[in-house]
Design a protein around this ligand. Structure first.
Ligand SMILES: [Fe+2]
Length: 180
């Protein structure tokens, strides 16, 4: 039973939250010279993009995309493209996290700050565009084609993925595995 929830609405709401975090991150990494001021916010945001954020990708990749692939083939279609973008975002985030860890440790080098800005801004820009494509192209296609059985299956899987993540505990520790 899914109480009439639509998977695309759930994901769009998550996108909304992510876009706000991206705005905050953009602001914070433009002030790396004011370390003491930005430290708490940077800590919070890097931790979000290190762990919690990826549950959203898992939901798309393991629950929504496979059902869309039943009517649109992966290769040469939007799913193939979204997966390539997910990979790019994972890789950019890894580099961003590496640089941010150094900075949050005790590095104050100009090179580290430059890397945070370079990878951070790439991540922010790419993720904004990616979300826009999902919201306005992929999810519209999904809404047109998914039947109720598929919708129920996807929402059920979302809940499963969430409770599995909760059990694992998202304490924001060292979890490279989660970044895949
Ligand atoms: Fe998404």
């Amino acid at each position: 039973m899914t109480n009439g929830e639509k998977p695309t609405d759930i994901l769009k709401e998550e996108h909304q939250n992510v876009l706000q975090k991206l705005d905050a991150l953009e602001e914070v990494i433009s002030h790396l010279d004011k370390k003491e001021e930005i430290l708490p916010k940077l800590n919070e945001l890097t931790s979000f993009f290190k762990t919690d954020f990826w549950i959203h990708f898992t939901k798309e990749e393991e629950a929504l995309f496979p059902e869309i692939e039943r009517f649109i083939p992966r290769e040469g279609g939007p799913i193939g493209m979204m997966l390539i973008e997910h990979e790019d975002l994972r890789n950019t985030n890894k580099e961003f996290q590496r640089a941010a860890d150094e900075y949050l440790g005790d590095s104050d080098s100009a090179e580290i700050k430059r890397m945070i800005q370079e990878y951070g801004n790439h991540f922010i820009g790419a993720l904004r565009q990616h979300i826009d494509k999902e919201n306005n192209i992929l999810f519209m296609m999904a809404d047109m084609h998914l039947d109720q059985t598929q919708i129920d299956k996807i929402v059920k899987l979302f809940h499963k993925i969430e409770s599995a993540e909760e059990k694992e505990g998202n304490s924001g520790g060292n979890d490279d595995a989660r970044l895949r």
